[in-house]
Design a protein around this ligand. Structure first.
Ligand SMILES: Cc1ncc(COP(=O)(O)O)c(C=O)c1O
Length: 447
């Protein structure tokens, strides 16, 4: 089938994530990937500026992962991991992730996606407080601009209105408060402290005896690569401790090296109670995610009476093939020093992007490790968000060989269209240097 037929058949039969027919008139048909490069059905080559969807950390086309999947499928394609059964890849991967995790990490529950990881983390939090004799602690506090996935509970935690509009109402036990967003912080206090105190105010307003957990991405990704000030997470941890509220780190993007450390909150010397992960645990070669559970929460699971067992499950939790691929992926990340590389290449990419600040459309440039954002404004003095220009820039960048993703801006609350960049951790230095050059051309073409 040629690509014209394929697209016609697609338009007839396939419902896409974020579906709208106008967005799908001329879809990109990606046919091959190798390293940080992708090729489409017309033979055009692109830099994969977002590592697929922030997930392909090791780059495309690594045969080691295909071999690991093939070996495991031939040996044992599936076995239930429900209590009373187990399989070796799940056990080995859980042990390895705990050892790579935080000092307080104890055990892993596996899922197959980021949203399912967050759903599970919310249920871990509720479960923990019920075991502790505080069953009214059920609410979850999250932040505006946060993204936690689209199943119902993660959608309610997500702080981006576009994801709510056609699917409301939101679950009323979810509350969204101001983000630590230095570029647009309007409060009197320093933004890290002010945004942490916004969480505290929500906890106090609801009553700490009703709040189970706060969920936060260490660096907000889909919401526009928003990097918090160094003050934010230490203050947030202190607030959570003071009010007996668990801290869930949504590390679906930041986990497994992207920010220059295996998990991101260590940079600020903060240990979360629960960590959601997915994406880079297999570099997207197979679907896998999970919740990394702290000693404190694990203690509650281990000490539960039989009539309060953890009745949470999924057929594919601990899937042996996904876990075998996860192990092979971690071998590559470790063996090739990709975590350190994310730090050095990320600093280099950010420096290159800083050079775009002379362009009138560029309002802010920010990033941590290989996760960078360029926020666009209509007026630099007033920071009036530039809206609608991001799509033009993405098309111009594509024409020059760079595939990227735009966080569409909005007015309430204000954020300009933001160019999101997160290339694979193995991206060669000459490609890293090429990205700001292509962006300059694309932004100028769209201005
Ligand atoms: C921080 C974060 N959490 C959760 C999710 C949801 O993951 P999934 O799409 O695998 O459900 C995403 C997806 O981009 C994410 O970036």
């Amino acid at each position: 089938m040629d690509s014209v037929d394929l697209i016609a058949t697609d338009q007839r039969y396939l419902v896409h994530p974020l579906h709208h027919p106008d967005d799908h008139r001329q879809p990109l048909v990606i046919t091959e990937g190798s390293g940080c490069m992708l090729r489409d059905a017309q033979g055009r080559a692109f830099i994969d500026g977002l590592s697929g969807l922030w997930n392909v950390a090791i780059g495309h086309g690594r045969g080691e992962l295909a071999d690991a999947a093939s070996r495991q499928m031939r040996k044992l394609a599936f076995a239930s991991a429900y209590a009373g059964g187990t399989n070796e890849p799940a056990v080995r991967l859980a042990e390895r992730i705990v050892k790579l995790g935080y000092a307080n990490s104890a055990a892993v529950y596996f899922t197959t996606a980021g949203a399912e990881s967050n759903d599970s983390a919310f249920k871990f939090a509720r479960y923990f407080w019920k075991i502790k004799g505080k069953p009214s602690k059920v609410k979850i506090v999250s932040r505006v601009h946060g993204y936690h996935g689209v199943s119902l509970a993660p959608m309610s935690a997500t702080g981006m209105a576009a994801y709510h509009k056609m699917f409301g109402p939101l679950d009323p036990s979810f509350l969204r408060v101001a983000a630590p967003y230095p570029y647009r912080w309007g409060g009197n206090q320093e933004p890290g402290i002010g945004a942490a105190e916004a969480v505290e105010q929500a906890i106090l307003a609801e009553g700490a005896d009703t709040v189970a957990a706060v969920i936060a991405e260490p660096v907000m990704g889909a919401g526009g690569v928003i990097v918090p000030p160094a003050t934010y997470f230490p203050k947030l941890r202190e607030i959570c401790d003071r009010h007996d509220v668990l801290l869930i780190a949504d590390e679906v993007i930041t986990g497994f090296g992207r920010t220059g450390s295996w998990f991101a909150l260590g940079r600020w010397k903060v240990e979360p109670d629960l960590v959601s992960f997915a994406k880079a645990v297999t570099s997207g070669y197979l679907p896998l995610g999970g919740v990394l559970v702290s000693k404190r929460v694990h203690g509650a699971l281990e000490s539960a009476p039989a009539d309060q067992k953890f009745m949470h499950a999924a057929t594919y939790s601990g899937h042996p093939v996904c876990c075998a691929v996860g192990l092979a992926n971690l071998d590559i990340i470790e063996g090739e020093g990709l975590v350190e590389r994310a730090g050095t290449m990320g600093a280099r990419l950010l420096e290159g992007l800083e050079g775009l600040r002379d362009l009138p459309l560029v309002g802010d440039v920010r990033g941590l490790g290989l996760m960078c954002g360029v926020e666009l404004v209509a007026d630099r003095a007033t920071k009036a968000p530039a809206l609608g220009v991001g799509g033009k820039i993405a098309r111009a960048a594509l024409a020059h060989g760079l595939l990227l993703r735009i966080r569409a801006g909005g007015a309430d609350p204000a954020i300009g269209d933001t160019i999101c960049l997160a290339p694979p951790l193995m991206t060669p230095v000459e490609v890293i240097d090429r990205i700001p050059e292509i962006l300059r051309t694309a932004i100028q073409a769209a201005s």
